[in-house]
Design a protein around this ligand. Structure first.
Ligand code: PLP
Length: 394
């Protein structure tokens, strides 16, 4: 059975051209980029080429890009750098719907004596801007807000927020792990000081990421050791993956403008049909400002895990909330923050598409999904009790 992979916010496949780009580094180009001899020189040049490719996708300067091991490392580094650079400031502002790479790092810093304000969102997952401006004070070292949410795809208004923070002179980091490669990002215009991205979300391999640090921003290394990455991130460079990330960024840049309407078209088709064909279904998140590839749909009074298992029987891979939280059996912190009713949270499914998905695949999901929902609602002996108790809760 051919699998239909609709879980691209969890991770993506490696594009064949990216793999081609990487293979020489796993064979003949095995040198250490820091070595003075021929092997080292060959690699150094290629790492700089990859850096230029990443920078180009973001309209940044190559020297503003630091390669890291993943999105999590980039997020941790950005926040740590800010608090280390401004030792007198002890306050961090972020949102309630951030990825654990930010939320849990802030909680870690709280245990070290820092204070965090988690800005709430409204029912559509939009940042409460009224709460936001009140939260900033003279003690604020950094504001860290995601560009786009991994579970719902909702995009935060970074331009507006960044302008406000420039006026207040506060450092601004964005976790753009889900946005890079899916929507255009122009760092010459966007008022952010640091931005995180991750290779495996845009058809490069796992284990590589990058942190953009705007020229002139004070920076403290997080990984301490050798002089790699201009003394900003120690550790022998993962040359193969860095080259892969460079190629993936080049491909993303070339395809962005045609891919966006393609993904949006497929996603909207899926969403519209499922809402029409499945009773008690609802979209979670602001449908105006959303990534083109993501939909988070609740099928009320059915367990999300049961839907996933049924979909899996048909070869369809999706997710209930983020891949990082779905193993924990905790209800999604993002949907809870949006005040989604419990019965809808439990039945929420995220479909996230990529350039490799087709009309035929979407059609298949549209065909099977109403039957799955109907069967599960009928089978579940507790569904009526569940329905009643959930209605009481909300
Ligand atoms: N930030 C967001 C918004 C994410 O979706 C993820 C991964 O799911 C991360 C950070 C972490 O990235 P990585 O898996 O590269 O550490």
């Amino acid at each position: 059975m051919k699998l239909i992979y609709l879980d691209n916010n969890a991770t993506t496949c490696i594009t064949p051209e990216v793999l081609e780009e990487m293979l020489p580094y796993l064979k003949e180009l095995y040198g250490n980029p820091s070595s003075m001899h021929t092997f080292g020189g060959q690699l150094r040049k290629r790492i700089e080429d990859a850096r230029a490719r990443v920078a180009k996708l973001l309209n940044a300067e190559p020297e503003e890009i630091i390669f890291t091991s993943c999105g999590t490392e980039s997020d941790n580094t950005a926040i740590m750098s800010a608090v280390e650079s401004l030792p007198q400031k002890k306050h961090i502002v972020t949102s309630v719907v951030e990825h654990p790479a930010v939320v849990n790092f802030c909680k870690y810093l709280e245990r070290k004596g820092y204070r965090t304000t988690f800005i709430p969102v409204d029912k559509q997952g939009r940042l409460r801007l009224d709460e936001f401006s009140k939260a900033i004070d003279d003690d604020t070292a950094i504001v860290s807000l995601m560009y786009a949410n991994n579970e719902t795809g909702v995009i935060f208004p970074l331009m507006e927020i960044g302008e406000l923070l420039r006026e207040r002179g506060v450092l601004f980091h964005t976790d753009a792990v889900q946005a890079v490669g899916k929507i255009p990002i122009d760092l010459k215009k966007l008022p952010v000081d640091m931005l995180s991205l991750s290779g495996h979300k845009l058809h490069a391999p796992k284990g590589v990421g990058a942190l953009y640090v705007r020229k002139g921003t004070r920076f403290h290394s997080y990984i301490i050791g050798g002089h790699q990455e201009n003394g900003r991130r120690a550790g022998t460079e993962n040359a193969a993956s860095i080259a892969g990330l460079g190629k993936a960024c080049e491909i993303a840049g070339e395809n962005l403008y045609k891919e966006r309407p393609y993904l949006k078209g497929l996603r909207d088709k899926l969403e519209t049909a499922l809402l029409k064909l499945c009773p008690d279904a609802r979209i979670n998140g602001d449908t105006e400002n959303r990534l083109p590839n993501t939909t988070n749909i609740s099928f009320e009074y059915v367990e999300g895990e049961s839907i996933l298992l049924k979909l899996n029987e048909f070869g369809v891979c999706a997710s209930s909330g983020s891949a990082c939280t779905s193993g924990s059996h905790e209800p999604s912190h993002v949907l809870m923050a949006m005040d989604v009713p419990p019965a809808a949270i439990h039945g929420s499914i995220r479909f996230s598409l990529s350039r490799y998905n087709t009309e035929a695949e979407v059609k298949k999901v549209i065909e099977i999904m109403p039957g799955i929902i109907k069967e599960l609602r009928k089978l579940s002996p507790t569904s009526l009790e569940f329905l009643a108790s959930s209605r009481k809760d909300t």
